[in-house]
Design a protein around this ligand. Structure first.
Ligand SMILES: *Cc1c(COP(=O)(O)O)cnc(C)c1O
Length: 371
């Protein structure tokens, strides 16, 4: 059994993937070829924003967004302590200070109340200057953007949506990637929309920010690549990856619907055997992960492994306890909700091609393991 079955997906779309790759081999424009622009137009329309700036990976998407927002030394950027390292890594890379915030224990996303407290405290302390917030759409579920955007507005901060796991999800009828003034996503193979290598994108409605992002992506170019008006990087998406994403985009909505059915079957069959993921009213999840919680996690995962069912723990350690951030001075007990979730959370196989039979096996093993 696969945790995320990319092989079956490939068999389903092989013809269009091949045709798309062949077209690239034919025209030979491997860097910023026509597929890149076509993909950007389609993704912008899909998400419902004016600009999509594709790039080399999700981490670079976050980095470019922070660079476009002018983040640097002396700035504080607030984010969840329960996320992948990339979200906070980019803050530190630019010399700014990540300020970690605890999560809501039902959605796993940044707690707006704790965020608001931390922003006010940082503003009063006057050490690092509050500059921006990066909420994360964890496991495919958007954060509480009404609350986060309101806090940002009150304190003059920007909001960067980390939609690496959220792409395809919705909040109040709007798509993930459009929920803040700027958003970043990833096309790493296992993400909701994945390519066959690394890829990412930034979304925004702001014409000026979009222009800066396109410049940053190609070494801070001005009129051309040899006119450099700012410090940038090499952050382009390969034409081949854009071609593959165009083929995958054709089946993306159908896959999302299939994952909704898989999620529903899980919740019906698992009942109260484990703590199920919460999708509050007004949200739909992209189901990047199907993550449950149980104090008997280790026993359940061992029982599943015995039956050939893969599970993964996202995440075993919150970011405030990572050695990479030891210099920030956080300690165990600082964020009790995230720490508790790290001890009990685990993720089950979740993809559009998961059979009912495999799902029944998974649920039977779990129900028996907790009895
Ligand atoms: C995967 C991921 C990223 C980074 O994306 P890459 O394409 O792997 O660089 C950033 N944030 C979150 C929450 C992620 O899950």
């Amino acid at each position: 059994m696969q945790f995320i079955d990319l092989k079956t997906q490939q068999n389903t779309i092989r013809h269009s993937v091949r045709a798309r790759i062949d077209a690239v081999l034919e025209h030979g424009k491997f860097i910023l070829g026509p597929e890149v622009a076509e993909l950007e137009d389609k993704l912008a329309a899909y998400v419902g924003v004016k600009h999509c700036i594709s790039c080399s990976d999700g981490t670079t998407a976050l980095l470019m967004a922070l660079m476009a927002k002018g983040v640097g030394p002396g700035d504080a950027v607030f984010t969840s302590t329960f996320t992948f390292i990339a979200t906070a890594e980019v803050i530190a890379l630019l010399g700014a200070t990540p300020v970690f915030i605890d999560i809501d224990d039902t959605t796993f996303n940044i707690s707006p109340a704790k965020l608001h407290e931390a922003v006010k405290k940082a503003a009063n302390e006057g050490k690092a200057k509050p500059k921006g917030i990066i909420p994360v759409d964890l496991f495919g579920l958007a954060a509480d953007y009404d609350a986060v955007n309101a806090i940002a507005k009150e304190h003059g901060l920007f909001v960067l949506e980390d939609a690496a796991q959220g792409f395809g999800g919705t909040y109040n009828g709007k798509k993930s990637g459009s929920l803040a003034e700027i958003a970043a996503t990833s096309f790493f193979p296992a993400k909701p929309l994945g390519c066959y290598g690394d890829g990412g994108a930034v979304f925004t409605n702001d014409d000026d920010v979009a222009q800066v992002l396109r410049s940053i992506r190609v070494h801070g170019k001005g009129a051309d690549k040899y006119d450099n008006v700012r410090i940038g990087l090499n952050g382009r998406l390969d034409t081949l990856q854009a071609a593959i994403l165009l083929a995958k985009l054709e089946v993306f909505d159908k896959e999302l619907e299939a994952k909704q059915r898989v999620a529903k079957r899980y919740s019906q069959a698992l009942g109260s055997a484990v703590t199920l993921p919460t999708v509050p009213d007004g949200y739909s999840s992209a189901w990047a992960q199907y993550s449950v919680r149980s104090p008997k996690r280790d026993a359940i995962c061992a029982a599943l492994k015995e039956k050939g069912v893969p599970t993964t723990i996202y995440y075993p350690k919150p970011l405030h306890l990572q050695s990479a951030f030891a210099g920030l001075g956080y300690k165990e007990g600082d964020f009790s909700v995230a720490e508790e979730v790290c001890r009990t959370v685990f993720s089950l196989p979740m993809h559009a091609y998961l059979s009912e039979q495999d799902q029944r096996l998974i649920c039977d093993v779990i129900v028996r393991a907790v009895e």
